[in-house]
Write a protein that binds this ligand. Structure first.
Ligand SMILES: NC(=O)C1=CN([C@@H]2O[C@H](COP(=O)(O)OP(=O)(O)OC[C@H]3O[C@@H](n4cnc5c(N)ncnc54)[C@H](OP(=O)(O)O)[C@@H]3O)[C@@H](O)[C@H]2O)C=CC1
Ligand SMILES: O=C(O)C1=NCCCC1
Length: 355
């Protein structure tokens, strides 16, 4: 059985970048990133939240959404496209529905501002929905959902991004790379979390491929004339990615536009227009969470049943579950430090204003 998605193959090409370099302790990386955010105009609260989020991605080997993204965060802040001091507003739209306006700020601070009330709603009702709009999500989704599963809950999250994916058989980019994540408790172990784009690859991995001079896997993208290409620069320069799995991934990308944008009041991916803000890279769209208390299913053995299913899947031959690679890398980097190349470290220190 193949271990490889196109993104995973692309990421493997950068294993050298991800696994070698100066080891930096997690807390030190958080502190360095926090200084960068503060220096570029965020509030202390926003700096702390984004630094923790981005360092967690680097720690867990989510390379396409780790410190590689820091210049993009800075570009968005410097250009005035995103408000690093935004104060989100939280509105109750029903007993189990929260509407959050991120006020053109980052998603994670808006999400965390609403999270405690959201959890009460989930406990009271068995299920709740949080709809966030006017929000910039520039990260992986697993940091948002994994903690719910650690609290015994099942969580789903959806976010749309910016138009860079053609519909199946189409020519113009309509969808974003539109990831979704799912997290569930597992008896006796870490939660099972998958977090995947609806496209053949994350845009971040295409950008890393372009930077490193690697081809992308065949079948991932098209050039500006709609012709298949393995050149990441051709995809980025007027071309587009394809949905994963043809029309099936296309339907998931569509669903995510509906859930994360139409339903929340956020922008569709094709409506994101940052042309007046040179340097901006954080798409301002929407995000939806659905969180369920599995105890309401009444089986009394939910997490045990999930553990049993995972046992069956592995018995059948799948060598690992989603999330296991991240957990292994997390344990390793928390012990040994997070490897950063000298060039990356120098770039981060320069952005922090270090001499
Ligand atoms: N904010 C945004 O707008 C966007 C964010 N993203 C983020 O980019 C990241 C990368 O997305 P994408 O490239 O699609 O992800 P990948 O294809 O790398 O991985 C998708 C999922 O599959 C799991 N997985 C990978 N290989 C295997 C395997 N052999 N067996 C079992 N499970 C496996 C991964 O687990 P594991 O991690 O343990 O390997 C992960 O949960 C995501 O975190 C996503 O949220 C993407 C697009 C837009
Ligand atoms: O990698 C991607 O795809 C994206 N990540 C952050 C937001 C824009 C799209």
């Amino acid at each position: 059985m193949s271990d490889e998605t196109p993104s995973r193959r692309a990421a493997a090409a950068f294993a050298q970048t991800a696994e070698t370099g100066t080891p930096v302790a997690f807390a030190d990386l958080v502190a360095l990133l926090e200084r960068i955010f503060l220096r570029h105009g965020t509030s202390e609260r926003v700096a702390a939240i984004l630094a923790e989020n981005c360092a967690s991605c680097e720690r867990d080997g989510s390379t396409s959404h780790g410190v590689f993204r820091i210049p993009g965060y800075v570009g968005s802040l410097k250009s005035g496209w995103v408000d690093g001091r935004a104060e989100p507003t939280v509105e109750e739209a029903g007993p189990a529905f929260l509407r959050v306006d991120a006020a053109n700020g980052f998603t994670q601070p808006a999400f965390l501002a609403a999270r405690d009330r959201f959890l009460e709603m989930v406990r009271d009702n068995g299920v709740a929905v949080m709809a966030i709009r006017n929000s910039h999500h520039f990260s992986a989704l697993w940091p948002d959902v994994e903690p719910f599963a650690r609290e015994g809950l099942v969580a789903l999250s959806f976010v749309n991004s910016f138009a860079c994916v053609v519909p199946s058989g189409g020519k113009a980019a309509v969808y974003g790379t539109n990831p979704m994540a799912f997290a569930t408790p597992v008896a006796g172990g870490d939660p099972m979390v998958f977090d995947q784009a609806a496209s053949s690859m994350a845009n971040g991995d295409v950008r890393i491929a372009a930077r490193e001079g690697h081809a992308i896997p065949a079948g991932s993208g098209v050039d500006r004339d709609g012709k298949p290409t393995t050149d990441p620069k051709a995809v980025l320069d007027g071309g587009a990615l394809l949905p994963f799995g043809g029309h099936k991934g296309g339907s998931i990308a569509f669903m995510i536009e509906v859930l994360a944008a139409a339903l929340t009041g956020g922008k569709y991916s094709r409506e994101v227009d940052w042309s007046a803000h040179p340097g901006a890279e954080t798409p301002c769209t929407g995000q939806l969470f659905i969180v369920i208390d599995p105890e309401r299913g009444g089986t009394g053995a939910f997490a045990d049943r999930v553990a049993g299913l995972i046992g069956d899947v592995k018995e059948a031959g799948q060598d690992r579950m989603p999330g296991e690679r991240r957990y292994a890398r997390r344990a390793r980097t928390l012990r040994d430090g997070i490897p950063l190349t000298p060039a990356r470290l120098a770039e981060l220190r320069a952005l922090a204003g270090d001499a």
